[in-house]
Design a protein around this ligand. Sequence first.
Ligand code: F6R
Length: 373
Amino acid sequence: EKGGFKHFMLKEIHEQPHAIRETLAGRVSLDEGRVYLDPTDIPDADWQAFTRLVIPACGTSWHAALVGKVLIEELARLPVEVDYASEFRYRNPLLDERTLVVVITQSGETADTLAALREAKQRGCHTFAICNVPGSMAAREAHGVLLTHAGPEISVASTKAFTSQIVALYLLALHLGQCRGTLSPTAVMKHVEQLLALPVKLEAALEQDAAIAELSREFFRASDFLYLGRGVNFPIALEGALKLKEISYIHAEGFPAGEMKHGPNALIDERLPVVMVMPREVGHAASELRYEKTLSNLQEVKARDGRVIAIVTEGDTEAAGLAEYVIPIPATSELLSAVLAVVPLQLLAYHIAVRRGCDVDQPRNLAKSVTVE
Ligand code: F6R
């Protein structure tokens, strides 16, 4: 049942290329430069008229929402607000009929996320669900659904559902861009090309598995970890920290790299592993700028004797010259780098948890789907 893998989590990490292929299948056309969502109850005119999106979610799905904010704001030029479902539902959120409320939920059964969906419907909003379980409550109740075809996720720690959610959000961003005219067919074509290249690049990222297992020897006794990233990779830093804490019980925190000076720098000493998520898109001015800034953060961590593990684009010699360890991922656009960069973080958390003798698939105090509050 685990297909030769020791744990479901490891199997599901390795299923990611397949999960992404399935999530893209039938939804993108290179010839036409178009994406196709499954039919929804939301009229075309309303798709064009949205002025804002709100995305309530929990946990790892909330991290996907933060990635989605960057994607949708960049590609469709619509403002996006991300909220914890448990905050959204007990507030008095500002919503109107031109706000699209998108819930992201692997299980489709998370109590707070369902409550957020119902609240949005009650207030007259169009709702949309990105969900991995066909027939789940979220999939049945939302006006539009985009199913991630990641297949059943057994491990409590979410992996393949997360990367599939990001790809689904990318499709939603392209769809909104198409409807609103912010993206030409030629532009969509380029994005589709990059999406279709992802599964093979994920396979290449997974080839680091053995090297990361080795690296985990060096770090599995640490009591704290810091994860840093910028832009679309800031939520990846948060996700890397969550994966580590939930399965290895090591305290870990994620921060935007630029926030270090505002407090977290005080934590750095020679015992602290700092994972820096810093892919670069060569030739993209804004991406290069973010990279340069993160590179100077890396130097600051080093100056304070922190132990840097850097996730970098293959061929990057600058970061490699400074970090104690580097884990390469294949080159892609910065927007899609999030999908690749999370893979080594999943593997690092996994191998550290295994070395610590933790119950990887069933971490203490956690349930796969939080249907009660
Ligand atoms: C972490 C994890 C949880 C879930 C969260 C939301 O690995 O799995 O944080 O992401 O409980 O679950 P769904 O997506 O089913 O609503």
